[in-house]
Design a protein around this ligand. Sequence first.
Ligand code: SAH
Ligand code: SF4
Ligand code: F3S
Length: 572
Amino acid sequence: MSLLRRTQRLLNLSSKYVSRNCRCLSDGTQLTSRRDKIKQGPSLKEFIIGDSEPVLLDRPHIPYLPENVTFGSNRKVYFDVYGCQMNLNDTEIVWSILKKEGFEKTEIEEEADIFLVMTCAIREGAESKIWHRLDHLRGFKRRRAQKNKDRPVKIGLLGCMAERLKTKLIEKEKAVDVVAGPDSYRDLPRLLALTESGQTAVNVLLSLDETYADVMPVRLNQDSVSAFISIMRGCDNMCTYCIVPFTRGRERSRPLRSIVDEARLLADRGVKEITLLGQNVNSYRDTRENPEDKERLDTQLAKGFKTVYKSKKGGLRFADLLDEVSAAVPDMRVRFTAAHPKDFPDEVLQVISERPNICKLLHLPAQSGSTTVLERMRRGYSREAYLQLVDHVKNTIPGVGLSTDMICGFCGETDEEFEETMTLMQEVDYNIAFLFPYSMREKTAAHRRYKDDVPDSIKKLRHNRMIQLYRTKSQALNQSEIGNTHLVLIEGTAPKTGQLLGRNEFYMKVVFDQCEIESQDGGRVNMKPGDFVAVRITGAKSSVLTGVPMYHSSVREFYRDVSWGERHMLRV
Ligand code: SAH
Ligand code: SF4
Ligand code: F3S
């Protein structure tokens, strides 16, 4: 076997090790329940060497580097993160991999030997920001080369824009030394080692099974009271406007067991809130047989939702994962995002409604209120089906909060079609909305099929109208909370006022003054980040609430005597 082949095999070993072990579980015919199955699987610790330090299973032998090369040799890395929460979590995976190899991290540019920019490609605006940052880094690199020849700066572009542009990036921006796509982060130590001899290095291979399940992310902000856990990667949905399936590849899920263990580990380290991340968490599937699933899919499709891709059969689903995670960390808040409206089985709603620690805010990205636009977007549902789902969700989880993503100015969007988006936003009370003007992306189906024919000026006008409507409505929604008591997790202090800042169940910011309040054991103590506090709401704007802290509490205690259905957030 050639040296190169052997290295590739070694590089692939770790992810194969994970999948092989997981398949073993379903082979055990004597296993009776899902919990039993999970218990008998390998734990996260078995994928981790040493105590809590994150590592890879195998240190690959690299044939074309000298044997004695230390990858990091204390080179200092400066991270720049753009894009979504997945990128933040990916950066934590990258940092985990590099830290293990002897790299250090810095937040001071002057100290950095390597700049790693985690990029986003979702809209043109996202990429322009990165080009601006690169302008700055190019200048920095040149100045360093003049000032200090022994400490050259290297620049690496990671993430979705790196995957989208591949080698074109290096052709366009000569200052870039490394380009690494979302599935090649295990290769980063090698890619960075190659740059030491002046080479540029590119790895943009997408994978069918890479989930980094065995890499325990190292959080960039160790003081943060919340953390992200990626439960799956990629997306198979192929909405016609969206670049993500091209930059992040095919959908694949992480073994359930490794997710539950990571949640427990974070709880042990004092983290109070986790967000489970995926492009479409409801299609999560840990690939073990579960014959009931065929039926589940059929019920969903009968309600007026359709899917363009062939759904996989069998396995543990998102409802199982939510069930396991929320039970494993009962004192932690559990959030998740994003959930495609086409895959909302009742089982998921049921678990959410039953568990006090699963936040009752559902992200149901509508994208448009017009059935004809939704068809062009290939979302797989109509306005009516979406509204029925909203009703169903509200009936199943009384008091539930909703958030959405909306796009205006998609190809061919007429005034009438846009007005339908406005009426949908009028009809559904969204607590949070992310609103975007459409940005045409190469490679997408819309790029091949449609014309980006809504003028920028109209897109801007429509965007402003959506923002205005959202602000007015969310202000009214927030004001209706005045007098209620919310459970708030304190995150830190508000930069301008120095008051304490936290988030309520609906991820809305709540600010209040520091003071002594009743502790859970009856004394009086000050509040600090990581505390759950009951706060009476006294004021409201469209994106922030103000309040008066009442007493220290916990997820379990706050909801002990009050079922969510009676009244979700308050205890007056
Ligand atoms: N998987 C998630 C979304 C990921 S992208 C989901 O389906 O909800 C986040 C949001 O960016 C999308 O929901 C969409 O509203 C927006 N978006 C995606 N592509 C876009 C484009 N080409 N132009 C404008 N907004 C876009
Ligand atoms: Fe993009 Fe649609 Fe996948 Fe979300 S579900 S990432 S919008 S293709
Ligand atoms: Fe951007 Fe990639 Fe996230 S395109 S929004 S960083 S999945």
